[in-house]
Design a protein around this ligand. Sequence first.
Ligand SMILES: [Zn+2]
Length: 417
Amino acid sequence: MLRLFRYLHRRRRANSGESNRNNNNNRNNNRNAVALITFDVSLPLQHGYLGNDLQPMLPDASSSQTAADSAEKLIVELPYFVRCPLGVVVPGQIVPVTLHHPVDVSAMSALHRSGPAASLVAAMPRLCRFGATLRILAFKEETDDSSGLSTIKAKLIGWQRFELLSARREFDGRCTARVRLLPELTNPRLAPLPGAWHSARSNRRLNQAASPAPAWVMDSYRPSRLATEAAAELSNWCPTVADAAAKSAEDPLGFSYWLMRQLPFPDWLRSELLACEHPCRRLVACLAALRRCLGFACGGCGTRLAGRADLICLSNAGCSGAYVNPSGQVHDLVTVATVTKSSLRCRGWSSSEHSWFPGYEWRVANCRSCGKHMGWRFDRSTGQRRLQPKKFWGLCRSALSPCWVETTDETADAGSC
Ligand SMILES: [Zn+2]
């Protein structure tokens, strides 16, 4: 029996050592990949394919601040675009749109005329209960002389959390959602106390003394501790994001949204995270999801596509960002350096037309097992020999399914897809 225990102990230590070596190898591979990136990561967020003549329209931050700080939960009716599903948007996320349908063009024009404080609703209202409103960042309306039809190109920004109450479609095709705008709660027992004469340490002691919760509970919700743990966990994902985590951790509310924007999680999980009223609770939930997620699989058949260490950050927005094609379909892409061998099949010819990553040509990529459209492969153009990486993949977040760690005792250490 004693020898059996020693054997199990040695095996556990060996597994642990192998896991650490794998993590270190992943980190080293990722750091090498980061060092090789010569692509200008500020370009994707500019969405230059929409044109450079969009009229800037900065949202009025003070009007939202009033609603966010109010204890009263405001109920409002806002438009949404059923022909242009945007998915669940996180506050601060930039979403480009191209609208062709006359009803959508009319609704967006009315919003533009209402001023920078006007909002619209993102998300798929019938499927997700929580989401975020959007405001207009930049706007352009074009009219075709021959047909007389108008097209709107705009850049939107995620603004404030909401809870969906109901949605309806008017007789003329306009869609309206009745939502409750959710304030950002800051529990005074968890937030720093006001006053310049308080040091951070004295604030923490006063908070702990005023709270009925034990000190270790208060400590586990401390924003700086959560930020440190998130940065450590993100080093297993993408080192660029991990380095940025430490800089973004000063403000718990902003950091919780920043972390959500980096993580390519499905809409249902984003909606659940947006339901968290306190930013520290949202951070704790994000950390739990970070620790359990091992990679991503095809949402249609479950074929393993990429591990979390395969993520590559090619945009200032992070590893995940929204882009729109000429027909108006918005795709939220996750960029990965490599995919599992023989998991995807490219179809059609390479094209640089309307490329979301300037200097790269795209090809459509489908799942080899079930044929589901998973995204695109991007190869550098012929004249861009100095551009690195040479190729990468952009996978649609809506087509992916996360691979979670198994929680059963037998596989708790190993985890599987
Ligand atoms: Zn598949």
